[in-house]
Design a protein around this ligand. Sequence first.
Ligand code: HEM
Length: 392
Amino acid sequence: MPLAPLDDTITLSQLTNNPYPAYREFRAKTPVLRVKALGRTLLTKAEHTKAVKDNPVLFSSDDPNTPMERAFQAKTLMRRDGEDHMRLRKAMMPAFSAKNIREVWSPLYMEVAEDYVGRLPRGETVDFFTALAGPVAARCLAHLLGIEKANDEEMQFWSQALINGAGNFGWQPGPFEISDEANSQINKCIDEAAVGFRENPNQSALSVMVNADNPIEMEHVCSNIKIAIGGGLNEPRDSLMTVVYGLLTNPEQLAAAKENSGLWMVAFEEAIRWVAPIQVSSRLVIQDTEIGGFSIPKGDTVMTSQASANHDEDAYEDGHLFNVFRKKASHQAFGNGPHFCMGTHISRRMVGEILLPLLFDRFPNLSLPDPDKVIFKGFGFRGPVVMPITLN
Ligand code: HEM
């Protein structure tokens, strides 16, 4: 069986600016493709991305060649498999229970949303990223994790520093110096908060981990909080911006959502299908295998593009369009298999049920003064990085 074809032309900067035209071509012609710029075998069809994530025995998350461990100063649960992974994941799970979402986080997130949306300057044009999406995502996450002493700037700095470190595949010293600084600030914050929770527990991730009957070791408590800081801020932020952009550029869909409140949640799901906040994931190949008629050798790293899977012509018609009326079909924006996103339900609640309806209720004539000024960017993570919006 042959090796997958090799692409040595596409650049990381092309993929960062807009990967979707390349993905469309790859799906049609070379759905299993070794991409030189990535040093990985890229999978762009929904069938293949799902099969890889659903098979952790063959496709491991424990890839020692990535800079994540260096950036987080820890081997996080995202780089573990099997029992080892599940033990750490389960330790944090009670914070995300349906009951806690309903009884603790929903009312609290509503208060936060009212506060942050209430402070927006009516009648002005602001950058949606810095004025609302970043800070509100930071505040909600700080509460959920139990580190609410950290301010919004600190949360955003920590999250970005960890992400940049984990994506530092050139192993440059600069990003690691910054992630090291973030780590020492986070460690201090966690240590202080943990002392308080031993006295006064609550339902936050940190509190449930330190107060468990059979708690995991403190180093793992820290690494769980760090992975949630790195993986729980920019996705709600980016999905909020993407869904607002999708609705404002499709006024008939926005009008329908204002008529039928059930459509806010549909719009949220459609937005993360359309532009997946986490676009790709990597897995290490444990044994020689085959995907789509090509030989995939042991030791290779496959990269699943959920961004591309979510536009797959086999599952969606005109997948490149934002369309809340499209036929319901499952998407892969929250991943698949044992590493399926832990924040799925809380993000749905936060963006689809709380922030979106509140924002359009308070600013019924919200508008984009110039949609062309909105810049989407990113290969690993993707969303608008600049989004001027007028608050009316
Ligand atoms: C729109 C919002 C979100 C999206 C689209 C999203 C997407 C994802 C994806 C695709 C993965 C799987 C990565 C992989 O397979 O390698 C993941 C994992 C994860 N997500 Fe999210 N996420 C979102 C929000 C959140 C939030 C708010 C949290 C809160 C802390 C969170 C916590 C996590 C954690 C801890 C994992 C790792 C799970 C594991 O490895 O077992 N996510 N997320």
